[in-house]
Design a protein around this ligand. Structure first.
Ligand SMILES: [Zn+2]
Length: 255
């Protein structure tokens, strides 16, 4: 398959009076293909464009959906070769817990907002549904893609990603907590003269093996004014009442 720019350039040459034979000789493109392009000019430029590898790169849009999807990807997503390697297509896979069906639809909605023309499928696994979307451009959109586990390598946001996450920290934190976090009720015992009383408080936890990803989560929470601390080496905890209420605005209970 030829890139749309080559197509357009070639059609311009023919437009200017160059013969098919001459174009074929100078470009190596077969005459059958050239004839097909001439007969179907509407196909020119049909390949889905990518904001990052375009001649003039721009930011993926909508920014909120991108920030959310980046959070999902960094939390618990992966990018791998989709199909035959020669095709250059990549599969983005995000595991969505079945206990949280709302997450699956939010994930699908964010992917279709960012890559409206790409195919999305789902695959049932034990306890979760994997949402899979194919595109040539996942590595452009998520340059954190690389060989090996995310916690075994440095995860840094590109400057353009930092801009988006800085603008949309709530969406980014939403993606991180939806994929690798949880909101749960913590029971606390208060001993009283009349006997023990139990109280329940909602809390958030985000668990990840990558120090870098934990750091990005902490930065987003700082931007939102949500107080947090490390409750374990690999776990960020949000436990204070007003911090939980603030985070509820962006993450919310599982549904
Ligand atoms: Zn691209």
């Amino acid at each position: 398959m030829y890139e749309s720019e080559v197509r357009q350039l070639t059609l311009t040459l023919i437009d200017r009076g160059m013969s098919l034979r001459a174009v074929h000789k100078s470009t190596g493109i077969s005459r059958a293909t050239l004839r097909d392009w001439l007969n179907h000019p509407e196909k020119t430029g049909q390949r889905a464009s990518c904001p990052r590898c375009a001649t003039l790169p721009s930011l993926p849009e909508p920014a909120g959906d991108y920030a959310y999807l980046l959070g999902l990807y960094l939390g618990d997503g992966c990018i791998s070769v989709g199909g035959h390697p020669a095709k250059g297509v990549w599969a983005l896979r995000i595991a969505c817990a079945d206990a949280w069906p709302g997450l699956r639809s939010e994930c699908i909605a964010a992917i279709s907002a960012i890559r409206p023309r790409n195919k999305i499928s789902t695959q049932q696994r034990v306890g979760c549904t994997e949402v899979i979307a194919y595109s040539r451009h996942w590595p452009c959109l998520f340059p954190q893609h690389g060989p090996g586990k995310k916690h075994k390598r440095t995860i840094e946001l590109a400057p353009w990603q930092q801009d988006i996450v800085g603008e949309r920290p709530g969406d980014f934190a939403g993606g991180l907590f939806h994929s690798d976090g949880c909101r749960f009720m913590s029971r606390v015992r208060r001993p009283l003269a009349s006997g023990d009383r139990w109280y329940e408080y909602p809390r958030y936890m985000f668990t990840n093996e990558s120090r870098d990803i934990l750091g990005l989560c902490g930065q987003a929470l700082d931007r939102l004014g949500v107080s947090w601390r490390y409750s374990r080496r690999n776990t960020i905890s949000v436990a204070r009442g007003e911090a939980v209420a603030r985070l509820d605005e962006f993450v919310g209970p599982k549904y």
